[in-house]
Write a protein that binds this ligand. Structure first.
Ligand code: SF4
Length: 305
């Protein structure tokens, strides 16, 4: 499995999976639960296989080189580097404590799931004792994912996203609630889920929503806000994702098939550095949010900062 150990980023020392929960807790770096969440996620077979999900298909948000390194090269992870990605997962767990079933809704709904096994667009995948299903969302492009919430009649889909709360100037200037950027950022993923529902259930969701959960807000005006996601027609959606998804899988295949070491590094060196080249997340993708930056920059011969 690619995450082979954890790293204390301040001291630079390594900690095995067995001792990391205790180490990071006792050192006051993060609660043991954060490390445990990474360990459990790591063992999902889909993370180590030729598989993609809707959240990985937006070319403006996902770095192909990161995907390939994370799945084919053993690396040490700083647990803090992934926490922002797990924040949303933590919210799901919190909501489950209040009741997994909300009247009228399916929650954490697999697309596709076992009930879709006989759908002509679905195939069953069995690997290392785990089973999951994939959907041919566009010809030759197989995906699977879990939608946060789907109404029982499949006409409405909504997702939870933790986001920054609106910025209000203290003296002068225009308030910003970032909705425009966020709609753009979430649209491809939500529309892929909607497309999956249409193929699996024969119903096109009429409404697509994101519940924004504002991070760290103690102001009740900025706690939750519901935001509509515009419809992207299937042909346009396919155009947006096909090239990025196909090349992600092709690079992944090449890296898997190459011998570990120099041959695999040569494949990785040929993959575009999307995070850097596309200046993702306002240029912060590589420095703040990439757990494999040291390996990527090392192969590229760039200084790690
Ligand atoms: S450091 Fe940047 S370019 Fe390299 S893999 Fe990570 S996100 Fe991609």
């Amino acid at each position: 499995m690619p995450i082979s150990h954890f790293v204390d980023a301040k001291l630079g020392d390594a900690h095995s999976l067995e001792e990391a929960v205790g180490y990071f807790e006792d050192a006051g770096i993060c609660p043991g639960e954060v490390v445990q969440a990474v360990i459990e996620d790591r063992d999902d077979i889909r993370r180590s296989w030729m598989h993609i999900s809707p959240s990985m298909m937006d070319p403006d948000k996902n770095c192909r080189r990161e995907l390939v390194i994370a799945r084919t090269v053993d690396y040490g992870m700083d647990p803090l580097s992934m926490w922002s990605a797990y924040e949303g997962t933590a919210w799901h767990k919190a909501f489950n404590l209040f009741g997994k079933d909300i009247k009228g809704w399916h929650r954490e709904y697999p697309l596709p799931g076992p009930s879709d096994a006989h759908n002509p667009y679905v195939r069953k995948v069995e690997r290392e004792g785990q089973t999951f299903y994939e959907l041919e969302v566009f010809p030759g492009l197989w995906i699977s994912g879990i939608a946060d919430r789907v109404r029982e009649d499949f006409k409405v889909i909504s997702d939870f996203k933790s986001t920054n709360y609106p910025w209000t100037p203290k003296f002068e200037g225009t308030p910003r609630d970032y909705a425009e950027d966020q709609i753009k950022s979430f649209s491809i993923q939500i529309n892929l889920y909607a497309r999956a529902i249409e193929l699996l259930k024969g119903v096109r969701p009429e409404e697509r929503w994101v519940w924004r959960i504002y991070r760290g807000s103690r102001d009740k005006r900025y706690t939750f806000r519901k935001m509509p996601i515009p419809f992207i027609p299937p042909t346009q959606l396919e155009e947006l994702v096909r090239e990025h998804s196909e090349t992600s899988l092709a690079f992944l295949r090449q890296a898997h098939d190459a011998e570990p070491g120099a041959a695999r590094e040569a494949v990785i060196a040929s993959i575009p550095m999307d995070g850097k080249d596309k200046r993702m997340y306002n240029d912060k993708k590589c420095s703040l949010y990439c757990p494999v930056k040291d390996i990527c920059y090392g192969i590229a011969g760039l200084t790690v900062f």
